[in-house]
Design a protein around this ligand. Sequence first.
Ligand code: GDP
Length: 295
Amino acid sequence: MAFEGLSGKLNQVFKKLKSHGKLTESDVKEAMREVRMALLEADVSYKVVKDFVKKVSERAVGEEVLSSLTPAQQVIKIVNEELCNLMGNENARIQFPSKPPCVIMMCGLQGSGKTTHSAKLAKMLKKEGHYPLLVACDIYRPAAINQLQVVGERAGVKVFEMGQIDPRIIAKEALRFAKDHGNDVVILDTAGRLHIDTELMDELKDLKELTNPNEIMLVVDAMTGQDAVNVAKAFDDALGIDSVLMSKLDSDTRGGAALSVLAVTGKPIKYVGMGEKLDEFEQFHPQRMASRILG
Ligand code: GDP
């Protein structure tokens, strides 16, 4: 990742500067150029980078930092803190309602990793003591139902499917099934498209109205970079989402999209996927991501 080594670069900048005396505002400026470049290279949106650098600079030119014996460490600490602030600072979790079932609606474009991650999430929640039900609402590709059954079996989670009929009916029946069978979590694997279109959104809006989900989680592919952020914004504007799940962080993507999601949509990333295997999945830790970025 091009991101890696940002702390190393900052250290170098400051070392060079320190050799000729006390740090000045313009020295900090040079360091901020490195930060700006690293973030832009990592596909973080321009506006987010601009605001970020401004915030860090304001804090970094403070007296304490300039007169410090370890200015590089101080600035790295500030960069690290502000990266965490940008991503939400704490681990956002799913809120379970007092009255089950908790309905989680998984949305995303085709190929984003929605079906795989519905199963990953189900497996994790099962491990945490829940009794999830996976629901096949992606009815347009016959293979999608089959695929959910395969990953559901791997996760050890029941998959509810009714073939290629109206997903509104499937969702309703699935909720009834969950009540009858004591499932406290219902995960709807909804249909994706190659592009966001009104037909897709209308269907998702109907499902939202029908199932009153506790969580609408959007799966975005980290490999698509800035596009992942644009997709999140479009889904949030049209449907309203609660959170983002970022898939494919195992790829050699720079991961900059993770930095922009909260700033652009106001919605946190709650989970990340790092592979095709069902265990390659974890809660999103802003601090871990910041460390990965800082290198
Ligand atoms: P959907 O169309 O959104 O339901 O996407 P799928 O779950 O079918 O995933 C699309 C492709 O991406 C499949 O080949 C998955 O195996 C693969 N995939 C899903 N998640 C990940 C991930 O986190 N990392 C990698 N490397 N591949 C993934």
